[in-house]
Write a protein that binds this ligand. Sequence first.
Ligand SMILES: [Zn+2]
Ligand SMILES: [Zn+2]
Length: 150
Amino acid sequence: MHTKRANSESQLKRYEESIAQDGLRLTRQRKHVYEVLLGQQDHPTAMEVFLRARPDMKSLSLATVYNVLETLADRGLVRKVHLDSGSTRYCANNSKHGHFTCTACGAVLDVPLLPGAELEKLHQLPRGYTVTQQEVSLHGLCATCRKHHH
Ligand SMILES: [Zn+2]
Ligand SMILES: [Zn+2]
């Protein structure tokens, strides 16, 4: 618990420094939305973030939540994840990882990449191409659902 809190504090600080370069302040709303996202890292949609953040901040609007999530994504602090044909989900985990989606319950889990794994080497890129972003998406059954299926 201790490390998690320290971790979100350093991420909040990075966010504050990043937007300060554009003359923006870390307002209560920006801080609150990011804290909600860091607090429960289950890849919520903007609507889910809004529903979690709203009870502690009645003045918050869905538009503001979208706006804050966009600035976080622009600055590379939050990853937008598109796992299915549904809504964009937001991931505040900054370490290299892929996503495992359970096809039965829909849970989305962060799965760390093995140290030294170089994903771009698994594909044959056309000559002259370069990879700037990569996304690993695995689908299957989580441990709980797997038990229920058999
Ligand atoms: Zn993630
Ligand atoms: Zn499951």
